[in-house]
Design a protein around this ligand. Sequence first.
Ligand code: CP
Ligand code: NVA
Length: 304
Amino acid sequence: MPLNKFINISDLSKEEIEEIINMAMLLKKEAKEGVVRNTLKGKSFALIFVKPSTRTFVSFHVAITQLGGHPISIHQSSMGGRESLHDVAKTLSRYVDGIIIRTFAHEEVEQLSKYADIPVINALTDKYHPCQIIADYMTIKENFNKEKIKIAYLGDGFNIANSLLQLSAITGMDITVASPKGFEPENDMIKEAKHLALKTNSKISITNDPNKAVLGADVVYTDTWTSMGMEEEAKQRIKVFASYQVNQRLFSLANKDAIFMHCLPAHRGQEITDEVIDSSRSVVFDQAENRLWTQKAILQLMYQ
Ligand code: CP
Ligand code: NVA
């Protein structure tokens, strides 16, 4: 598969998603056997992180290094005033072999990719988090081996919910997103997911009822109520989202073998309780680990 960018889950077909997962599983297995790949030997990568990060930043650094490449961290890039996105893209294209970017506006990533002569990877925007969601799909596949998977996503209809809607629609999983009124995913996101779902028979549901969403779910997923950049709204959001907290009572409405998922960072006592995130049903650190394998797989498929 000629993977020349990784910006949005809906840029990918079901087959391409499965190819990334299969490669990630192979790389995970190979690492245990001591196999070393040098796919990125002699290649350099610019990591532009306008927002904070622990998992994405470190796992990309490690992924690039393990594949023999060289990561360069740019914390104060020219983006956002000093020069145009066009000129940043053209300049970086003369030095490095790929750009990994985390920023606010999704349009900036789209534009950077349009002007760059090298692959661009979206490391999170206000609209999408495809690297997280592809790793989550790997984690789901490691836990279930059945035809129909049902996901309940509880909380803010923001970047994680959007990418999860796309993934579910493309791969044929059923998903119910439960958000407070006014915090549902945007209409164009729901419309796109429903359209993609026509091909795979995935069921896309949006509700304001957290209990209804969790009933019969295989996966219960939540994210922070206050995403990066929304800090000023935190107090109000804690009140609005209170009944969407994934606690033992709510989690027990899911299937017996259900797993709990969270992209992290978690806010214990807000969207999730210690009891659930620290339970044997929680796979949050498997999700974090699988960021490494799926990102290595993306890089492998881009540069092999
Ligand atoms: N899940 C995730 O993207 O974590 P970071 O914000 O720490 O990168
Ligand atoms: N929705 C969160 C995800 C963090 C990985 C945020 O954007 O802050």
